[in-house]
Design a protein around this ligand. Structure first.
Ligand SMILES: *Cc1c(COP(=O)(O)O)cnc(C)c1O
Length: 349
C-alpha cells in the first residue's frame, strides 16, 4: 500500500469534481467575465463577511496580495517565526513589495496576542522601521495544525486597533480551524483586514486560493495580480472545483481530524515524547524525534520502504498530514508502519 501523508496538497480531484469542472460556464476572467469565478469570489467573500475577493493560483500569491495592501515598501510586517509567510514564500514580501519582517517565536505556533503586540513599533519616525501590520496563521502549519484561540485573536484585534495596526489572516487552513473549533467563518472574518484562503489543501481542489478584503483593496489587488503575471482567462473550470470543494468536501474535514488523532495516539502509545495527542487540533501531526536516536530524514526513509510517505521538516521534526485521499484502511496501515518504525528505533537505542 502507498499512503502519502506528506501534505494535504497531494489530493487528486475526484471523478465528481472533474465532471463539475468539465461543464462549468467560463469567460475571460481578466475582463471580469468568467461567471463561475465571479460567483466563487462572491460566495467566499460572503462566507467571511468581506466585501470582495480575488481568485489566485496559489495561497502564497493570496498572502502576498493581502500584505501588499497593508504594508508599503520599507515598512514592517510582524509574523510568527515559523509562519508560512516568513519561511515558505521564498522572501516574496521583500522581493515583490519591499516589506521587512520581524518575528516572534511561539510554541506550536500558538498565538498569544501579547507576544505580537509587545514587538510592534508603529510610527517609529525617521530612525526605526515602522510596524504596519501583523499576520496570523490559522491553523498554524509548521506548528502542527494549531487552531488559534478566538480570545487571543480578539485581544490582538483590540491591541492592534489601539496601535493603528492592520491584521492579515493566513487562512490557508482556516476551514480546518472552523470545523475543529466550531467558530463561524464570519467570526474569523471580522477581525482581519485581509484574509487568504486555500481551496487546494484539505478541500481537495487541484488549484486555487482567494484573497478577501474591502472592494477597494480587491480592485487594487487585481492590478497587482495581473502585474505579477497571474491574470488568468477561462478559469471557471478551476473555480467550479472550488465550488464543489465547498459544497462537498468542507463537511468531510472532521474525518481528517479524527484520523490525525488516531495516528497521533498510536505514535504516542509507542513513545510518549514523540507527540502529545492533546496538541493535535486538526489534520496535522508533528513528530518530535529529539529524544530518539534517529533523524527526521532517516525516519522518513524508514517508513518510506513500507510505502508511507511523510515530510522531514527539521533535523528532528517530521510531519504527517491526513487528507481526503486517506481513508480508514490507509490510516490503519500507516499507523502500523509508523508504530513499528518507532518501536524498532527504541529497541536500537
Ligand atoms: C499551503 C500554505 C499556503 C499557500 O501555499 P501555496 O503552495 O502557495 O498554495 C499559505 N499558508 C499556509 C499556512 C500554508 O500551509
Amino acid at each position: 500500500m502507498r499512503v502519502d501523508l506528506r501534505s494535504d496538497t497531494v489530493t487528486v480531484p475526484s471523478k465528481e469534481m472533474r465532471e463539475v469542472m468539465s461543464y462549468a460556464p467560463v469567460g475571460d476572467d481578466v475582463y471580469g467575465e468568467d461567471p463561475t469565478v465571479n460567483s466563487l469570489e462572491e460566495r467566499v467573500a460572503q462566507m467571511f463577511g468581506k466585501e470582495a475577493a480575488v481568485f489566485t493560483p496559489s495561497g502564497s500569491l493570496a498572502n502576498q496580495l493581502g500584505i501588499r495592501m497593508l504594508v508599503s515598501p520599507g515598512e514592517e510586517l510582524l509574523a510568527e517565526t515559523n509562519s508560512h509567510i516568513v519561511r515558505a514564500e521564498l522572501g516574496a514580501a521583500a522581493v515583490f513589495s519591499g516589506i521587512t519582517t520581524r518575528t516572534w517565536p511561539a510554541q506550536r505556533g500558538l498565538l498569544f496576542a501579547s507576544d505580537a503586540l509587545s514587538v510592534a513599533r508603529p510610527d517609529s519616525g525617521p530612525y526605526l522601521v515602522s510596524t504596519k501590520a501583523i499576520a496570523v496563521e490559522n491553523t498554524h502549519n509548521f506548528g502542527g495544525g494549531t487552531v488559534q484561540p478566538l480570545s487571543e485573536i480578539q485581544a490582538l484585534h483590540k491591541g492592534a486597533q489601539e496601535m493603528g495596526l492592520a491584521l492579515h489572516l493566513d487562512g490557508a487552513r482556516i476551514w480546518n480551524a472552523h470545523i475543529a473549533s466550531e467558530t463561524p467563518l464570519i467570526e474569523y472574518g471580522k477581525y482581519f483586514d485581509t484574509v487568504s484562503v486555500c481551496l487546494s489543501k484539505g478541500l481537495g481542489a487541484p488549484v486555487g486560493s482567494l484573497m478577501l478584503s474591502t472592494k477597494e483593496n480587491v480592485v487594487k489587488a487585481r492590478v497587482w495580480r495581473k502585474r505579477y503575471g497571474a491574470g488568468m482567462r477561462q478559469i471557471g473550470m478551476l473555480a467550479a472545483a472550488g465550488h464543489y470543494a465547498l459544497d462537498t468536501n468542507l463537511s468531510l474535514l472532521h474525518h481528517d481530524h479524527r484520523r490525525a488523532q488516531f495516528l497521533a495516539k498510536r505514535c504516542h502509545a509507542i513513545s510518549s515524547s514523540v507527540v502529545d495527542p492533546m496538541h493535535v487540533d486538526t489534520n496535522i501531526v508533528g513528530l518530535d524525534l529529539s529524544e530518539l536516536p534517529i533523524s527526521a530524514t532517516e525516519f522518513a526513509a524508514m517508513v518510506k520502504t513500507e510505502g508511507v510517505l511523510i515530510s522531514a521538516l527539521g533535523p528532528k521534526f517530521a510531519r504527517l498530514v491526513t487528507h481526503l485521499n486517506i481513508d480508514d484502511p490507509a490510516m490503519e496501515y500507516a499507523a502500523d508502519v509508523l508504530a513499528d518504525a518507532l518501536q524498532r528505533t527504541l529497541v536500537s537505542k
